[in-house]
Design a protein around this ligand. Structure first.
Ligand code: WQD
Length: 338
């Protein structure tokens, strides 16, 4: 297929481009590089031998998006582009609503005008809010805990309504749990702007000496060691899940949400200890207060992905830690474009 990957230079986008090229898809990337680096595209070329066509543009720039769809006849779109920092979304909600929602509407408008009706949407387990029951199935209640999560939920709701009104659309909503790790080559990986919000990049920056020590946000949760449980999924497994979604998208009726997780939950301290095994040395860490908004335990029931996509995660926590460390030690300052 010929696919457009919006946000294709980003963490999950770049890993998905690698897997798409490996699966012989033709990839065009649209990215405004607001939270990514063009170097990731050079690295994709180094890994696959193919450099995707790249358009540096903002999805909000309708004329550019229209021109892109005139120049290329796309079979499907994988839509990653969007702001995704939970904390920032609380302090700047309008920025998140405008960017994430309006850019998606522009994309849908131009897709429809060009008879492109296959969309794989980058959703998130954040749409489950603070889950009552774990493991979480796709039929669990939906709610949002912050403006970022609300944009994911509202976009899902828009896609459900659009699909209900027009049967030409095929939507697969991939709900990611906790992406982590990096491509086995160490050439692409997670390169957050500033101090990382997420656990794994914070850990790797402590291990490389860029940050002093990890603060574990609370050890008084009702879990086996008191720290929060999450479903850490290797980013290459996640990327492969997108390719499996492309393989079935034409047969999807309407709008289908699918969890992409391992079904295994690990506590923060279990991840820290797995990482210490991977690097062969202790990781400086201390226990601090809880972080507001954190749920005690969130992990997936991934059975629908196996049923509908024939996909399941293959990589475990040790591979996640080894590959995250391989990327960080080879790229102490990420892609070094900041
Ligand atoms: C994981 C665990 C923290 C940092 C977020 C977004 C979600 C999705 C994935 C986009 C929690 C603990 C973390 C630290 C810590 N992103 N932690 N010290 O919150 O599960 O999910 O990323 O879709 O939308 O909400 O991930 O990595 O921030 O935290 O103890 O310095 O690690 O308390 O228990 P989270 P996270």
């Amino acid at each position: 297929m010929k696919i457009l990957v919006t946000g294709g230079a980003g963490y999950i986008g770049s890993h998905t481009c690698v897997e798409a090229i490996k699966a012989d898809h033709e990839v065009v990337v649209l990215d405004n590089f607001s939270n990514s680096s063009g170097i990731a595209l050079d690295r994709i070329a180094e890994i696959t031998g193919v450099r995707p066509v790249v358009v540096e543009a903002d999805l909000l720039d309708t004329p550019v998006v229209e021109k892109l769809f005139k120049e290329h006849s796309f079979d499907a779109v994988i839509h990653f582009a969007g702001f995704k920092a939970v904390g920032e979304s609380v302090s700047e909600p309008w920025k998140y609503f405008h960017n994430n929602l309006v850019s998606t509407l522009v994309l849908l408008d131009v897709m429809r005008a060009n008879n492109v009706f296959n969309l794989v949407f980058s959703s998130s387990a954040t749409v489950y809010g603070d889950p009552e029951v774990v493991p979480i199935t796709e039929s669990a209640p939906l709610s949002a805990l912050n403006p970022y999560g609300r944009t994911k939920l509202w976009i899902e709701d828009m896609l459900r309504d659009i699909a209900a009104a027009d049967s030409r659309w095929h939507f697969i909503l991939l709900r990611y749990f906790n992406p982590a790790g990096a491509h086995e080559s160490g050439l692409i990986g997670e390169d957050p702007n500033g101090i990382p919000n997420n656990l794994m990049p914070y850990i790797t920056q402590v291990a490389i000496g860029k940050l002093k020590e990890l603060t574990v946000f609370g050890d008084d949760y009702p879990t086996r060691d008191g720290t929060c449980i999450r479903d850490y999924i290797h980013v290459s497994d996640l990327a492969e899940g997108h390719i499996s979604a492309l393989d079935v998208i034409e047969s999807v009726k309407g709008c289908i949400p699918i969890n992409l997780g391992t079904g295994e939950g690990y506590t923060v301290l279990e991840l820290v200890h797995a990482f210490e095994r991977a690097i062969g040395k202790p990781l400086p860490h201390k226990i601090g207060p809880r972080r507001p908004g954190d749920s005690a335990a969130t992990f997936a029931d991934p059975s629908l992905a196996l049923e509908l996509l024939g996909w399941k995660a293959k990589r475990g926590i040790d591979e996640i830690c080894n590959d995250a460390w391989n990327w960080q030690s080879k790229n102490p300052n990420g892609y070094q474009t900041r």
